[in-house]
Design a protein around this ligand. Sequence first.
Ligand SMILES: [Zn+2]
Length: 460
Amino acid sequence: MTESSLFAERALLPDGWARDVLFEIDAGGGLATVTPDAQAGAAPRAGGVVLPGMPNLHSHAFQRAMAGLAERAGPAEDSFWTWREVMYDFVERLTPDQVEAIAAQLYTEMLKAGYTAVGEFHYLHHGPDGSPYADLTEMSRRVIAAAKTTGIGITQLPVLYGYGDFGGQESGNGQRRFLNDTDRFLDLVEKLLKEYRGDPNVRIGIAPHSLRAVTPETLSAALEGLEALDASAPVHIHIAEQHGEVRDCIEWCGLRPVEWLLRNAAVGPRWCLIHATHVTEEEARRLAESGAVAGLCPTTEANLGDGVFPAPAYLEAGGAFGIGSDSHISVSPIEELRWLEYGQRLTARRRNLLAGGSEASSVGARLFRGAVAGGAQALGRPIGRLAPGARADLVVVDPERPNLHGRSDDLFLDALVFAGNDNPVTGVMVGGGWVVRDGHHPREEEIFRAYKTAVAELAS
Ligand SMILES: [Zn+2]
């Protein structure tokens, strides 16, 4: 049910902190007016500090059910590539029902943690033997159905996956459920665009998986095809996550992955480069200038031993960024933001590296506000700001947690990001409707039951 108004004693608006804010919400779930220094009147009180909901710009939903299964040393040296083998084994047997159950559990956890929108980088398209389901969009629709069940906003990015490695090498067996040629891929995208057109909580984009999984020809064909379907749709791509990937790319074309992409594709504000971990300072500067978003996933990048993105140089150049929980080894915007800064501190052996320039020295505020804005840009939906015309997507944080008590404004965000371990989010609203109240999702028990069934089936 959509609320018609909400009153917050403290709220973070696009221009900064405001007091006594009255939010009026239209019947479609958008913010109609946002008025600071107002009277509450009949509006219900938020019961805490109101922040814009955090977009989670990178997710592979099914991986939630394998989080923790790859933390044992194997006979060979463990790396991203050995983790990927575990993931391929796990993917073998997943059914549409299981994928939907896992995604619903994950999205419930995301909402409770304060994420109000997700970018689903969706590559599990087909049946176990690699043949498409009777409905080509089966898996895509199941994941979007999970988003609908929970209430989270979703930008689904169906993945174009065609090859096993740079230069159009043949794909392996573990990748057969992901594969499409460009025509079938665009057919899938077109069907999804038709089905969800006009739905304010769903957006469709595309994700060429990586430069390993496409060729220059299939990449440009997919981009041209998208141009004809929806010329403003978001485009996401995994890029430069691993040293080995950079090395292989140079071997293939003489350029590093980000260099190649900036030179060969019209990378701009619609684009989100996921990870972009291994970039030179020059690449970081040029990526920032392109207006694209760097999609950073610090807990997954740490878990997989990827490396550390040169965030200070990138932010200095005005680069846009957002956060994603990617493999879902952690589902917490607080932890992502914290590790974004901590990775830099551990590398540089200094503190407060991402505080940024002029207006403030608050690392928490810089990270929170930057990730909200960049995440919204990457997901291509009117979210990420509590202002008229945007969706009424917001979170309520309990200011009476010990780490937050007595902190206001930017110090509140510093304490939120760095000083606590419990989840202080008590309320979450998406599109004007409450999806979390008193820390609970109304359907969390039923969703968890279905998840447990899926996990039991996968373990048997
Ligand atoms: Zn990913």
